[in-house]
Design a protein around this ligand. Structure first.
Ligand code: ADP
Ligand code: MG
Length: 442
């Protein structure tokens, strides 16, 4: 039996996506050919619904894409999924969910994770949980900003658990998937099955939990899932872009539960760690990366690890394109855009600090609940400036000022804007503050 190479298959999917975007579905990425015989590539569908969709709509498009990328006269045929035994739960309606199986990136292992001062605690905690799920740190909460390796660590933990306990029932999912499953379950009247599914696992891993904050009922559901699992001493691992207390509108009862276990932060990597990461990534990709080029990339791209990887990819692409080795000159050319210093966004604390000086109030007044005019006005100004100068959402802004909700923040912004429009002196004051803050980060 001949197989269709991975490379050809991904080219085929790419051709399909660009030629027939209307047919393409996200789950196509999970399809793989099972065999190729007599010019027929067989692809097994994951679910009956997928099978139906593929056979009814996609046959011609897949075949055309296969011919396009190979230059050979191939056809694609779709096989039905294997029969799945009915779930052993009585009288529970069945329904299909996207993303049933555990899908982990094979590269996201502990071996491939570089540790440094920025992530040592988070890494050690994940390793410990990987060895003894449910027994060391429970729940484990990893937080840090985007691209710093949260997903990598979470998946590495899952893989370590599976290695030691191949039968472990692990649910690894994004917060969005949890919420979508929940909504789907409600619509299909399959809440029991949903609960069974999430409350009978050994390990529940939810990535990017900050998004839970947005849907009230799924938050409630999560809370109960959490309690059930926790009481049964099942391992819970969560990640977010902020510490629990910093996630606006995450209820206090959830926040306090997250703090029962271990909360570990990942900071941006320092230069040494960035260089170690580049060394690791270039080895994984079999790239020859001279030390001086490594240092150049690591010091030029000071953002998160994902950007660092992106820079490496770009340099590798240049070297391939020019058919030359990776040299400093080549890297400098490839990363010419990066060299201009990135403008750092204004931080909320900088705004608050400036306001304390300008209006002679204390930081705690701004963060507190008091409503008298002497603090309410500076607080509103801060919210206004935060909206103008930071990428934070209304809810996020409210979180910094006594956990006020987005309607309060919106009201504050409108109030200040209206006054600014009428009061030239306030207009000048605000403009002055904005200039000061912009200068501080330039
Ligand atoms: P996050 O989930 O925090 O946004 P990811 O886990 O997706 O970040 O990481 C982004 C990319 O950076 C991934 O390709 C990941 O493998 C890589 N990465 C991040 N931190 C490290 C590290 N310490 N060692 C090796 N690779 C890392
Ligand atoms: Mg992530």
């Amino acid at each position: 039996m001949a197989t269709f190479s991975d490379r050809c298959w991904s080219d085929l999917l790419a051709a399909l996506r660009s030629d027939h975007p209307e047919l393409f579905r996200p789950w196509f990425a999970r399809l793989t050919p099972t065999e190729m015989q007599h010019g027929v590539i067989t692809v097994r569908a994951e679910t009956p619904a997928h099978h139906q969709y593929l056979t009814q709509h996609c046959q011609a498009a897949f075949s055309a894409a296969a011919q396009k990328v190979t230059g050979r006269l191939l056809t694609v045929s779709f096989a039905a999924p294997p029969e799945v035994p009915a779930p052993a739960i009585d009288s529970v309606p069945t329904f299909e969910l996207e993303g049933d199986s555990l899908r982990l990136n094979k590269d996201y292992t502990f071996d491939n994770f570089v540790t440094g001062p920025c992530n040592r605690l988070a890494h050690a905690a994940c390793v410990a949980v990987g060895q003894n799920p449910g027994q060391t740190y429970n729940p484990l909460f990893i937080h840090g900003s985007v691209g710093l390796g949260k997903t990598h660590l979470l998946q590495a933990t899952c893989q370590a658990i599976l290695e030691a306990h191949p039968d472990a029932r692990i649910q690894y999912l994004s917060c969005e998937t949890f919420t979508n499953h929940f909504i789907e379950a409600i619509e299909k009247g399959a809440l029991n099955q949903f609960r069974y599914r999430y409350r009978h696992v050994d390990v529940l891993v939810i990535d990017d939990i900050q998004f839970l904050a947005t849907v009230e009922r799924s938050r409630e559901e999560f809370f109960h899932t959490f309690n059930t699992l926790f009481q049964a001493q099942r391992q819970i691992i969560l990640s977010a872009d902020e510490a629990p207390a910093g996630i606006p509108s995450l209820e206090d009862r959830l926040v306090s539960r997250f703090s029962w276990g271990l909360v570990a932060r990942i900071d941006p990597p320092c230069l040494e760690t960035r260089m170690a990461i580049l060394r690791k990534k270039s080895r994984l990709r079999c790239l020859e990366l001279p030390e001086e080029v490594n240092r150049f990339i690591a010091s030029t791209v000071a953002g998160n690890t994902r950007e660092l990887e992106g820079a490496l990819t770009k340099v590798a692409a240049y070297s391939q394109q020019y058919g030359s080795a990776i040299t400093l000159a080549l890297a400098q050319e490839a990363l010419a855009d990066h060299v201009a210093p990135a403008v750092r966004p204004v931080g909320i604390t900088e705004i608050m600090k400036l306001a304390t000086e300008q209006f002679a109030v204390r930081m705690t007044d701004l963060q507190g609940k008091r409503r008298n005019r002497s603090v309410a006005f500076p607080r509103q100004v801060c919210m206004y400036l935060a909206r103008q100068l930071t990428p934070l959402s209304l809810d996020e802004i409210g979180g910094y000022f006594g956990r006020r909700d987005h309607t309060t923040v919106l009201h504050a912004i409108q109030t200040i804007q209206a006054r600014r429009d009428q009061d030239p002196e306030l207009d000048r004051t605000l403009e002055g503050l904005i200039q000061t803050l912009r200068r501080a980060v330039a």
